[in-house]
Structure formats: C-alpha cells, structure tokens
Design a binder for this molecule. Structure first.
Ligand code: GDP
Ligand code: GDP
Length: 507
C-alpha cells in the first residue's frame, strides 16, 4: 500500500535524472543492468521524510516504433496503470514541443491527479517552458532542476497530501488487522504458548518507554529472575506534566538552533488558543492541541525557555535539562542548525534519545540559509548512517522555523514515527519470521551444539521490544542480535525507532 508516483513526459525532459535523484544512485544502478528487458523501472524513493515508490518510463521510447502518439500513449498507460499520482515533466529551457501538448491533452482526460513539473529550471527566470506550461491547462507548474536537486521541497509539497492519504490507509488497515487479531484471540485463547510467561499482551495503552533495562547485559545476568519486566513507572521526569492519552512531544537541541522559534511556529500553525498553562509544575509548562485527530502535548521547560544571557557568552547545552525532557517525551524532535555541520553535541543528544528508547525526528532548521542543500543532505545522511547504523531511517525534516516553510511537515512526521514506535506484531507472525531468518543465517554452534532460537514474542511496544527464548542465551553473539534487529526493522517496516531484543534461556 505504498504511494506510487509515476514520472511521465516525452524523451529527454529529464525523467531518468529525476528518478535517479529520488531513489539515490545505488538503487538506480541495480535496476540499470544492461540486457535486462524492462518496461518500467520501479524504485524506492525518499524525499525528505516521504517515502514512496517511483515509476519511471524513461527508455521506453526505444521499445516502440509506431507513431509519435502511439509511443506516448503506450508509455503513459504503462505507468498510469499503476500509479496514484503522476508527475508530468516538461523541459523548462527548451519550451513546449507538440509532443508535450499531446501528452497534456491526453492527461487532461484521465482521472488520476497530475502535476506539471518544469524541469531543467536552474533559476533562470526567462526559461520559456516554465510559462508556456501554465497554458497546458493542468494547473500549477513547479519549477525544479533534477540535475542540481533544486526545487525538491516543491515536490514534497506536491506529494505530501497523497502520502498522508496513503499513511491513513495504512493506519486504518493496521487497526482493522489488530481488531481482527483481538477478535480471533478472544475466540481461541487456548493456543497461546506460555513458555515465556504472559508479559506480552496487556500493556498496550501504558506509556512505558524506559522501564526496560537498556543494556542487554542486564537481562543476561538476571535471566533467571522472574518479573524483571514489571511495569515500573518512570521516576526521573516527575515534575513534568504527563498525560497518558496524549502523544508527548518535546523539541530539543543545542542552544540557538531554533527550538523556541519552532515551538512558536507550531503553536501558531495549530491555532493553540489556550496558551501555555504556566505554573502547572515547578518549572515546566505544557501546551496541548490536537493534530489530525490525535491529542498532542508539547512540553517546554524553564531550562529551555531561559532568556539569553546578558553577556555574550555562548549558551551551554544543559545535558540534564535535555535528558529530563527526553524522558518526558515519547517523540523528540532534535533540531539542528543547518548553517553548521553536525557536531558532537547533536549526535550526543540523538544518541540519548535512542538510548532512552524514544522516537526521534531530526529537524534540519534554518534551511532558508543553506545554499548547497544537496551537499548538506549528503553530509547529514552520511553522518547519521555512520553514527546510528542501529536505527536506520530516522526521519529528517528540513525546515525554516523562522519563515514557517516546512514546519508543517513536523507534525505528520511525529504521528508517523509515534505509530511505528507503538507498533505491535502478532506472536504468530514473529515466530514465522523467526523461522525464516534463523534458516537464512544460522545461529552459531557453541561447544558442538547449535544455539536454538525457539520462540519469540513482543514484550512491549514503545519502543518495540522483543523476547526470544533461546538455548544458551548468554552465548548468542551480539552480532546475531544485531542481525535480528536489522531484520525486524526491514521486514516489519519500523525505520528510525530503537528496537530491543532480549534473549533468555528457559533451562
Ligand atoms: P529522459 O529521457 O526524460 O529520461 O531524460 P534524461 O534524464 O535522460 O535527461 C536528458 C538530458 O537532460 C540529460 O542530458 C540530462 O543530463 C539532462 N537533464 C536532466 N535534468 C536536468 C536538469 O535539471 N537541468 C539540466 N540542465 N539538464 C538536465
Ligand atoms: P533556541 O535557543 O534553540 O530556542 O533558538 P531560537 O528559537 O531562540 O533561535 C535562535 C536564533 O535563530 C534566533 O535569532 C532565530 O530568529 C534564528 N532562527 C531560528 N530558526 C531560524 C530559521 O529557520 N532560519 C533563520 N534564518 N533563522 C532562524
């Protein structure tokens, strides 16, 4: 049920170039093997925090020989068949050709949504195609340069509503699936495997982000004890206002990255009329609103609102303040300042969020000041990739909190990561999965006997945490646990959130 986006247009307008930019070079190369016949190329695309499937029709022109119209119709139909929305590319520099106009006529008759994209626009105002394109009768025209990565934020704006619809459908499907499971479970309650106790099924609605030991070592040494997963309440964030029904959100980051500016922007966008209720607690305030039908509570602490020092000393990051807010939060938006390279403090805060088991979003702020946006994105993704291999897919939102551009993408991202963070996977699915992955990559042999992973269950959500019943748990190498974590993340689609696995032996 992923959103499918088709790129269509006459030859040479830049379809492949856009495709490659959206999916990243590596993937495109894999698809480009010579001699492989293909009528469409599919790629997994990522644009800001949006992920979708992109369908490219480039290369098709060689496959048909008939009339010009015949060609274009076949090309378009193949992609259209399968997409939710189409991007119709024209060449802004060359201006419109008769073939573009044929395309437009044909597209206007179709029911699927189409957006006109004027490619090869590298900021030259006089590009003829850009203005001619408005005459196509297909609505607004978005100028971009696929080759230079310009205007990608316009594509995000265009695709965001479709992406949201898609997410909603996914959420609905997941809810239906869960309802079905609950129903099935209540009908047939006899076949539960109880070898691991029943600590897996009754904590859906509790916020229980950090009541698990976060170190695998802890659980290995205390493996024989029962009850180590009792639902302790958090002790650290006692003076922060909590509310079980609400998604608890915090905005964190070094001084001066734009946290307060973003908070104000969010409050403005979400028309929070009541204003912060000060004095709720000693030094924290909370602001509530709802977004997309979900209740949100944003906490702001005195430490974070502290007025700038009178003298010009650089404000210091208060680690304890930050930690306190992280512990309060379920989702933390880590703001970084895109006019600087990512520094150690940014990474430290990100690591704290993941170690505390919270969901993380990275807000790349002051985007308005960044000149070479592609270079910054590369820097950012390389840094994240090398620093947080264990939490691949952390959502990234570029924005300007000052102008508000992009700040409306924060909340959809928050809801999405919150849902992933809260995900529950049925035991039956987990055990089928466990069978497959342990076959694919056998666990090691220890003193003549292979370690056996017998049974798996989700101990809790928030963050997704799993128990595996295993022979010789203490001998299972960490690399194997990592393999399982990566597999879970991929196969159950849980990008960007911390995932925990606890192994223990029943002998
Ligand atoms: P396709 O036939 O529609 O897939 O077009 P290609 O992606 O193969 O691009 C055709 C040509 O246009 C290539 O030489 C690209 O390098 C060039 N091109 C693509 N996008 C841009 C752009 O944004 N700016 C400029 N100046 N050239 C581009
Ligand atoms: P905080 O210390 O993290 O809360 O940062 P502030 O919200 O106080 O912002 C620090 C400075 O950065 C202020 O001068 C803001 O006006 C400026 N700022 C914040 N967001 C942006 C942005 O998106 N673009 C630009 N150009 N400046 C910003």
């Amino acid at each position: 049920m992923t959103l499918k986006v088709a790129i269509i247009g006459r030859p040479n307008v830049g379809k492949s170039t856009l495709f490659n930019r959206l999916v990243g070079k590596k993937l495109a190369l894999v698809d480009d093997q010579p001699g492989v016949t293909r009528d469409r190329r599919y790629g997994k695309a990522r644009l800001g925090h949006l992920t979708f499937t992109v369908i490219d029709t480039a290369g098709l022109e060689d496959a048909f020989d008939g009339s010009v119209e015949g060609k274009m119709r076949q090309q378009s139909e193949i992609a259209f068949e399968d997409c939710d929305v189409a991007l119709f590319l024209i060449d802004a520099r060359a201006g419109l050709s008769p073939l573009d106009k044929h395309f437009a006529d044909w597209l206007r008759k179709r029911k699927k949504p189409v957006h006109v994209i004027a490619n090869k626009h590298e900021g030259k105002a006089q590009d003829p195609g850009l203005y001619e394109a408005y005459g196509l009768g297909l609505g607004d025209v978005a100028p971009i340069s696929s080759e230079h990565g310009q205007g990608m934020e316009l594509l995000i704006d265009i695709l965001l509503p479709y992406w949201k619809d898609d997410r909603q459908k996914e959420r609905d499907a997941r809810k239906a699936e869960q309802a079905e499971l609950v129903r099935a479970a209540s009908e047939a309650s006899s076949d539960e495997d109880d070898s691991d106790g029943d600590d897996s099924t009754d904590d859906d609605d509790d916020f229980d982000g950090d009541d698990l030991p976060d170190d695998l070592g802890d659980i290995l040494t205390s493996a024989e004890e029962e009850g180590e997963f009792d639902e302790d309440d958090e002790e650290d964030a006692d003076d922060l206002p909590r509310d079980k029904g609400k998604i608890q959100l915090a905005i964190i980051g070094r001084p001066n990255v734009g946290k307060s500016t973003l908070m104000n922007q969010l409050l403005k966008e979400n028309r929070v009329m009541t204003g912060p209720q000060a004095g709720l607690t000693r030094d924290a305030i909370a602001v509530d609103w709802s977004f997309d039908g979900r209740e949100i509570r944003l906490v702001d602490t005195a430490g974070m609102r502290r007025k700038k020092k009178i003298d010009d000393r650089v404000e210091k990051l208060s680690v304890s303040d930050t930690l306190r807010v992280i512990r309060y939060a379920q989702v933390a938006v880590l703001m970084i300042d895109a006019t600087n390279t990512i520094d150690k403090q940014d990474l430290t805060i990100a690591r704290m969020v993941l170690e505390e088991g919270r969901a993380l979003i990275i807000g790349v702020n002051k985007w308005d000041l960044v000149e070479d946006k592609p270079a910054y994105m590369k820097h950012l993704s390389d840094t994240l990739e090398s620093s947080f291999a264990q939490a691949r897919g952390i959502p990234i939102v570029t924005l300007s909190a000052l102008t508000g551009r992009g700040s409306d993408r924060i909340m959809p991202s928050v809801l999405e990561i919150y849902d992933i963070w809260s995900r529950r996977i049925p035991t039956s699915q987990l055990n089928r999965w466990l069978e497959v992955v342990t076959e694919r990559h056998l666990p090691p042999v220890i003193s003549g006997r292979r370690i056996r992973l017998r049974y798996m269950t989700q101990a809790k959500a928030r963050p997704p945490s799993f128990f595996i019943n295993c022979s010789k748990a203490a001998e299972l190498p960490e690399s194997y646990t990592r393999y399982l974590i990566n597999g879970l993340r991929e196969d159950f689609n849980m990008p960007g959130v911390p995932i925990r696995i606890f192994v223990r032996s029943s002998e």
